[in-house]
Write a protein of this length. Structure first.
Length: 166
């Protein structure tokens, strides 16, 4: 599925195939329409990745080599798998172990939908496409102040976190 197809799917889920509620256009400074839907998709990727990492989804596991006592975290870093003798501050990692260039595993978020060209295939699996699109649609519906708590519950993103999602 491509970025363009993901946008079409979200439009279908919010009943906006004619692009009347979310018009074509918009930019990062004044997001509206398509840019706004892309922002919702990116937000959904963040939420989905954090939830899946917390549940131990191995599809989000990457590895890195620690080659200095102070280095930058990789793009999309969420958390380490297991205990590593490090201190994370901002986007920096401070390593406290013996410097034997250890390879460690960490959870990383999926790449943002907006980081791909319109017609390039996105690197998600089928269940990820569907959940991310559904979550983005819920965010889009929430813009118009619809009650989306039941939708969030159906996706498993409700309960005690329902207010945090809105």
């Amino acid at each position: 599925m491509t970025q363009k197809e993901m946008l079409a799917l979200v439009r279908k889920l919010v009943s906006d195939e004619q692009a009347t509620g979310f018009t074509d256009g918009g930019n990062l400074e004044e997001p509206e329409g398509t840019q706004e839907l892309l922002n919702y998709l990116d937000r959904a990727v963040d939420e989905y990745s954090k939830r899946q990492a917390a549940n131990g989804d191995t599809r989000l596991v990457n590895s890195m080599t620690i080659n200095s006592y102070n280095m930058d975290l990789p793009e999309g870093f969420l958390m380490f798998c297991g205990l590593i003798p490090v201190h994370v501050e901002g986007n920096s990692l401070y390593y406290y172990g013996d410097m034997v260039t250890p390879t460690v595993k960490y959870f990383a978020r999926l790449p943002y939908v907006s980081s791909y060209p319109e017609t390039a295939p996105l690197p998600y699996e089928q269940d990820q496409y569907m959940t991310i699109a559904a979550l983005a649609a819920i965010y889009a519906l929430n813009k118009h102040e619809f009650n989306v708590s039941q939708d969030l519950m159906l996706l498993g993103y409700g309960g005690s976190n329902a207010n945090a999602q809105q």
